[in-house]
Design a protein around this ligand. Structure first.
Ligand code: ZN
Length: 303
């Protein structure tokens, strides 16, 4: 479940990253040595599908339009990526708090133009000078300890190559031309990567072995579904239009794998996962419980 490019097409480097992460060993949960004065840490709650909290819709929070143009991309793109990460973090941390799960934020790395990042998920032999800012993949690496939005180092980080993201506003999606690209294309990719963080923090909180995590295509579909959960909260506060949801759907369709079992799910399966996270057939907002029930039922408490 750990690594996490949103891209379906196989690329040797991306595959190597996946392998490097998959072989990583999860840290055991930290022991808590309570002092008499301190309130004992409550045990993490495992919810059943129907009782899992919804993601909160913050009425006051607004994800402003990025305003990215060719002339200002060097400042507006990093600012927008950060704004999306901040938004994801506040929404998901509220959800984790309801489950008594602490320290669940993601570390974050923005690889800005002219810089590179040496991820622990790289094998020694690949990308010796690190991941460049135009690397054609975003991903989540659970070995990298980087600061979260509040500056606290977190083992498990979202890695975003800024130049690759900036090209999306030029209509280029990681090397190929797409249509309907824009703010929400970028946001959906980041939300997908953050979805891997959500899975990992649940494994960690419940002291589960990584072999108990979702398997096959399920980790990627679950990350898509969680991205849909978050998109629903943005939509719920009227920050997101149907046009932007179409951007997200087009993105998913254009990056699906050609066949099941190749790590990311088919385009149709991915679009379904995103939609499941977004809405229960427009009757209500999709919830993390819906996603877990579909793609990782073993993590739920049986009702
Ligand atoms: Zn992924």
């Amino acid at each position: 479940m750990s690594s996490s490019s949103p891209l379906g097409r196989s690329r040797p480097q991306a595959c190597a990253l996946v392998l490097a992460v998959v072989t990583a060993v999860l840290l055991a949960g930290c022991a808590v040595s309570g002092t008499p004065r301190r309130e004992a840490m409550k045990d993490p709650i495992r919810c059943s599908a129907s009782e899992c909290p919804e993601l909160p819709v913050f009425s006051s929070k607004r994800l402003a339009e990025s305003g990215v143009t060719a002339a200002n991309a060097s400042t507006t793109v990093p600012a927008y990526l950060t704004a999306v990460l901040d938004d994801l973090e506040s929404v998901w941390q509220e959800w984790f708090a309801e489950l008594n799960i602490e320290n669940a934020a993601a570390g974050r790395v923005l690889i800005t133009p002219g810089t590179s990042y040496r991820s622990e998920c790289l094998k020694d032999t690949e990308l010796r000078s690190g991941i460049p800012s135009d690397y054609p993949n975003a991903f989540y690496c659970l070995l990298d300890s980087e600061p979260d939005g509040g500056g606290t180092a977190r083992k498990g980080s979202v890695i975003l190559p800024v130049t690759t993201f900036a090209e999306m506003w030029d209509g280029k999606l990681m090397g190929s031309s797409g249509i309907l690209l824009g703010d929400f294309t970028a946001a959906t990719i980041i939300a997908h990567e953050y979805g891997h963080n959500v899975m990992y923090r649940l494994l960690e909180a419940y002291s589960m072995d990584k072999r108990e995590g979702p398997t096959g295509d399920a980790p990627e579909l679950l990350a898509d579904c969680f991205a849909g959960n978050w998109a629903a909260t943005v939509f719920g506060r009227k920050d997101l239009s149907f046009k932007e949801m179409a951007q997200a759907a087009m993105l998913i369709i254009s990056i699906g794998d050609p066949a099941p079992g190749q790590g990311h799910g088919t385009s149709l399966a991915r679009a379904k996962a995103l939609w499941k996270g977004f809405s229960d057939n427009l009757k209500r907002q999709g919830t993390p419980g819906d996603c877990l029930q579909a793609y990782w039922p073993a993590v739920l408490r049986s009702a």
